[in-house]
Design a protein around this ligand. Structure first.
Ligand SMILES: Nc1ncnc2c1ncn2[C@@H]1O[C@H](COP(=O)(O)OP(=O)(O)O)[C@@H](O)[C@H]1O
Ligand SMILES: [Mg+2]
Length: 249
């Protein structure tokens, strides 16, 4: 029971070859315990999105392992990786990524359909209620505000009860009041539903909702902070920016 929901072991990911090669990830070791909320922070280009993509099986690592729920998924073929993404991983993106011609309710049920599971109407309704949108179930995304769209996307990410929810800048397109609502919702998915959440953010206030912050610089883990506060995170980020500039010079 205490094995991590997600583990990456000595993960590397390179793009290109020779002198132009970029090491987006350079030996990352991280474990994400079940029922925990981790924020991933670091300067632009430090490998945050690549980490999520490799963890989700969207792209293969150059070397290293990815273990989801005790299952090593590194060398799985495309069919298995697709199933992993549909059933064991939930995604929340900055730009919501809802299907525009499906209602809120249909968007939430979509991962179940894609997994060949019958959308459980009760479960879909429960999740819409949890995110405060029970009365918007029949609305199309364009009839919802940005914050409401992101709440639909969160319900959709939770519907398969995935091993881990990966969120890449989920509040990046929202005003600060709406962002706080969305962060509260993400926090409650961990506290009430025991979800495991990994969230990339550049916002120290958002990071302070997490249990732990992991800092990346140049594709490596450059530090971590438990029980973060926004002020402590902001201080650490300023320090890391200096490190990254120093490293590039
Ligand atoms: N598809 C790609 N092709 C080439 N280089 C890439 C690609 N994706 C990312 N990179 C490079 O890898 C590094 C890490 O990128 P990324 O993971 O997107 O960083 P972050 O999300 O922290 O801003 C950057 O130097 C970026 O330019
Ligand atoms: Mg990114």
């Amino acid at each position: 029971m205490n094995t991590p929901a997600l583990q990456v072991i000595d993960l590397t990911r390179s793009y290109g070859e020779g002198v132009g090669a970029v090491r987006a990830l350079d030996g990352v070791d991280l474990g994400f315990a079940r029922g925990t909320f981790t924020a991933v922070m670091g300067p632009s280009g430090s490998g945050k999105t690549t980490l999520l993509s490799c963890a989700a099986g969207l792209e293969p690592p150059t070397s290293g392992r990815v273990v989801v729920d005790d299952q090593d998924v590194t060398d799985q073929d495309e069919e298995h990786r697709t199933r992993l993404r549909r059933e064991r991983i939930g995604f929340v993106f900055q730009g919501f990524h809802l299907l525009p011609y499906l209602t809120a309710e249909q968007n939430v049920g979509l991962p179940l359909r894609l997994a060949d599971r019958r959308p459980d109407a009760t479960r879909v309704r429960e999740l819409l209620t949890r995110v405060g949108l029970a009365d918007r179930a029949g609305h199309l995304p364009h009839a919802l505000s940005g914050g409401q769209q992101q709440r639909v996307a969160i319900a959709r990410a939770l519907v398969t009860e995935p091993a881990v929810v990966l969120a890449d800048e989920p509040t990046g397109a929202l005003d600060s009041a709406t962002a706080r609502e969305v962060l509260g919702l993400l926090r409650s998915s961990v506290d009430d539903l025991s979800q495991t959440l990994v969230m990339v953010t550049h916002d120290p206030v958002a990071a302070a909702y997490a249990d732990t912050v992991v800092f990346l610089v140049d594709g490596r883990v450059a530090g971590r902070m438990d029980r973060p506060t926004a002020d402590a995170v902001a201080g650490q980020l300023a320090h890391l920016a200096d490190l990254a500039v120093g490293g590039a010079a």
